[in-house]
Design a protein around this ligand. Structure first.
Ligand SMILES: [Fe+2]
Length: 197
């Protein structure tokens, strides 16, 4: 990314919701505004305002997708039926517990970058790529198929934003997103294995 075309230095300059060319497009996504100083010192962690906005947007999208996938997995934990009930019920619990924990880490990173974290169904539904939970519980193996796609989707979104964090020098976010990709890729593999002959 061209470092020379941005960097508004005044704290009074509103931060853009995204940096042109830096953030993967998803139909005019707008994340929560920067939280402002409110008498506290201006954020000065070595990542400029515009980069923090772009990274917060990426993290917000990963958070929305992770939360949606969490809710889907918990729903399936409740509603799975059939001869594989015991193993899937337990596996889904392990998975939704991990996803739930990760939402907190993602949201608090957004806060550390100076932005408010999205945390409502209305906001999540606007920015999530993972589809909402099915209205009618699917058959067990269809649940597994839906979760494979969900984990792969979150992994793709997270992976797209790793370079945005890296190029801004935000190693903690890049590491966090890399760790999320590792979990989602591994979970997708485990679920996919259930569907293979
Ligand atoms: Fe339970």
């Amino acid at each position: 990314m061209a470092k020379g075309v941005k960097k508004p230095k005044s704290p009074a300059t509103p931060a853009p919701a995204s940096s042109a060319g830096k953030v993967p497009k998803k139909g005019g996504v707008k994340v929560a505004e920067e939280s402002g100083s409110r008498n506290a010192p201006i954020i000065n962690i070595g990542i400029d305002r515009q980069d923090r906005a772009a990274i917060a947007e990426g993290l917000s999208r990963v958070l929305a997708d992770t939360y949606t996938l969490y809710l889907t997995t918990h729903n399936f934990h409740w509603n799975v039926t059939g001869p594989h009930f015991n193993s899937l019920h337990a596996m889904f619990m392990t998975q939704y517990t991990e996803l739930w924990g990760s939402t907190d880490v993602l949201a608090e990173r957004i806060r550390a970058l100076g932005h408010y974290a999205p945390g409502s169904y209305a906001e999540f539904s606007k920015i999530a790529t993972v589809p909402d939970v099915p209205q009618t519980p699917p058959k067990a193996m269809e649940m597994v198929r839906i979760l494979v796609k969900g984990h792969e989707t979150v992994s793709r979104i997270a992976r797209e934003f790793i370079p945005v964090a890296e190029e801004a020098g935000d190693d903690p976010t890049a590491d966090m997103l890399t760790a999320r990709c590792t979990v989602h890729d591994q979970t997708a593999w485990m679920l996919r294995s259930l569907l293979e002959d």
